[in-house]
Design a protein around this ligand. Structure first.
Ligand code: NDP
Length: 266
């Protein structure tokens, strides 16, 4: 039986073992998927241990994604663009690092929510690790991106880095006033139950709002969107399942059905 794990700190809350078990059931694949608490200072020792235990693959979560990026033998192109690794694949003597977060979001938007992303004017709020991971896949899907951030320089840096991949402009948070088709909250404000200081005028008749964060109750960003009459408001649970589906495909060569898993987790 192939063995997998998810590494991070904290790790107890992780839904990855449940998601991968549900995917495996769809194909009658038998696997073991555990949670492993790994501290940043013992990352390399933990990887050695996983190798000795003949682990096939691992998911990487906070705060190890950037560290994993710097330690693997081979990076996929999407991991290079994201500057972070969320999926490890142990192949022969090589450790391959991939990033499925961005394609996970695209899967959720396109396949689960049924949005046609082509030419959609998309606002990304936030310019941290999560924003960096979703920009290239959104540009590949032909979105026109505006990025804004509390610390403007980070938004400018990301726009500069990704401009060769498509249409992306950075503007200061307080200058964002026009309507957008799709607004993605890639800040960690909802984690801290903080509101984002942004103008309501960015919401139009058919604006869709998506918070990368997921939780059992609507997030502060989702509440703000609903108060401003947005009809389509989503959290990032579908992205979580989407990134897991793409990791599963990498390890098993099979693309699982995501919607039943999202429904089961809800
Ligand atoms: P980072 O710490 O790298 O970045 C945080 C970002 O949030 C920065 O741009 C920061 O701005 C901004 N920010 C924080 N508080 C506020 C506020 N009150 N108002 C405005 N901006 C604020 O975090 P990550 O990029 O790693 O994570 C962002 C979110 O994405 C988290 O909620 C995380 O849970 C979610 N996520 C979800 C995934 C999924 O599978 N669904 C996968 C990965 C992440 P500044 O630069 O000015 O400090």
């Amino acid at each position: 039986m192939k063995k997998f794990t998810v590494i991070g700190n904290p790790i107890e809350h992780s839904l990855s073992p449940t998601i991968h078990a549900l995917f495996a059931k769809q194909f009658s694949i038998e696997l073991e998927y555990t949670k492993t608490l790994v501290l940043e200072e013992s990352f390399n020792a933990a990887i050695e241990k996983l190798k000795q235990n003949s682990i096939t693959g691992a998911n990487v979560t906070v705060p190890l994604k950037e560290l994993a990026f710097s330690q693997v033998d081979i990076l996929t192109e999407r991991a290079q663009l994201a500057g972070a690794v969320n999926t490890l694949h142990f192949v022969d003597n090589n450790l391959i690092g991939d990033n499925t977060d961005g394609v996970g979001l695209i899967s959720d938007l396109v396949e689960n929510i049924n949005i046609n992303l082509e030419n959609k004017n998309t606002l990304i709020i936030g310019a941290g690790g999560a924003a960096r991971g979703i920009i290239a896949p959104l540009l590949d899907a032909k979105c026109n991106i505006t990025i804004c951030n509390r610390t403007m320089s980070k938004a400018t840096n990301l726009a500069e880095k990704f401009k060769k991949h498509g249409s992306i402009t950075a503007i200061p948070l307080n200058e964002v006033t026009k309507e957008y088709d799709l607004i993605i909250n890639a800040t960690s404000a909802s984690l801290k139950k903080e509101t984002i200081n942004i103008n309501d005028s960015i919401i139009g008749e058919s604006t869709i709002c998506y918070d990368l964060m997921y939780s059992q109750k609507p997030t502060t960003f989702m509440e703000w969107a609903t108060e401003n009459n947005v009809k389509q408001v989503y959290d990032g649970l579908g992205m979580l399942v989407g990134q897991a589906a793409h990791s599963f495909k990498l390890w098993h060569g099979k693309a699982p059905n995501q919607l039943p898993v999202i429904r089961e987790l809800r």
